[in-house]
Write a new protein. Sequence first.
Length: 288
Amino acid sequence: MPESQRKMAARTRSQYTGEKFTAAKAGTARDHSIGLDACVPGQLKLRALLALGFLNRGYDYSTPAGWHMAALSAYTITASPRFDRMVLITDVPHNVVDYLLPEPNGVGGLPGLRVEEHRGYGTYVMQHLPTNAQFVVTDNPSGKPAGARSESYVDFFTVDAPLTPGEREQLAIVPPMTEHAQRLLAGVFCRISARDPHRRWAIGNWFYDPLRRSGWLDSGRSLGEGRKLQGAGDNWELRWDSYPYPDDLAASMTDPIIGIPEARTVSASDHLAITLGNATLRLRSRRA
């Protein structure tokens, strides 16, 4: 991509994602697109699993709801997906990785995620063993791991630790997903901080309305106690009782600039749905 076109794509992307220009530029694709959904197969699988953990809230350790990742909504996170890695930018990286990395006692975290290295004060470079995908959480606005290698503050599993029996059991009960379904679920996760620069929609980390629109949901922030994503194969359904609004989520996924290519919104009498190929993600919000 000529440099001028890459810069133009980065500026457009940053207006929607909230990334700094340098972070957005690192995520632009070779086809002149903003690159939000362009990634290697392992990254696609990782992001779909992240969506499954983030969009299920509960305490049942026999299901993906037991990963305890929905609490990430309590923090301000900017998603900065790259072709070969997933990057989350936040001013509280230590808090965020607490909900992402499994601990040796087996409580919470994405099964199979491991620390590759801790850099400086606020960067964690991680690898997801089942997908061989790299995942970075950092307080560096560029999204680039920076600083000398240092010891982590918490005793997390490192890359030399194989999957535990408990992790294998948790991964075994993850429902099968087609590639189009993975793209829909991954797309939701990659847009958790997205907002329309023309103020028509906003996602707000599934926590609040950045546009502060009156007359809609209450102004108080909510983690969404009833958030649940379930399904298998091509058919998925997402239920929740907090932000964002269903129309906003659908708009973020089908926007002509930032949306998933070829994704469409379908309206039914009692819900919206996002389709991609043969895959469908039904949206049902109890507070809309």
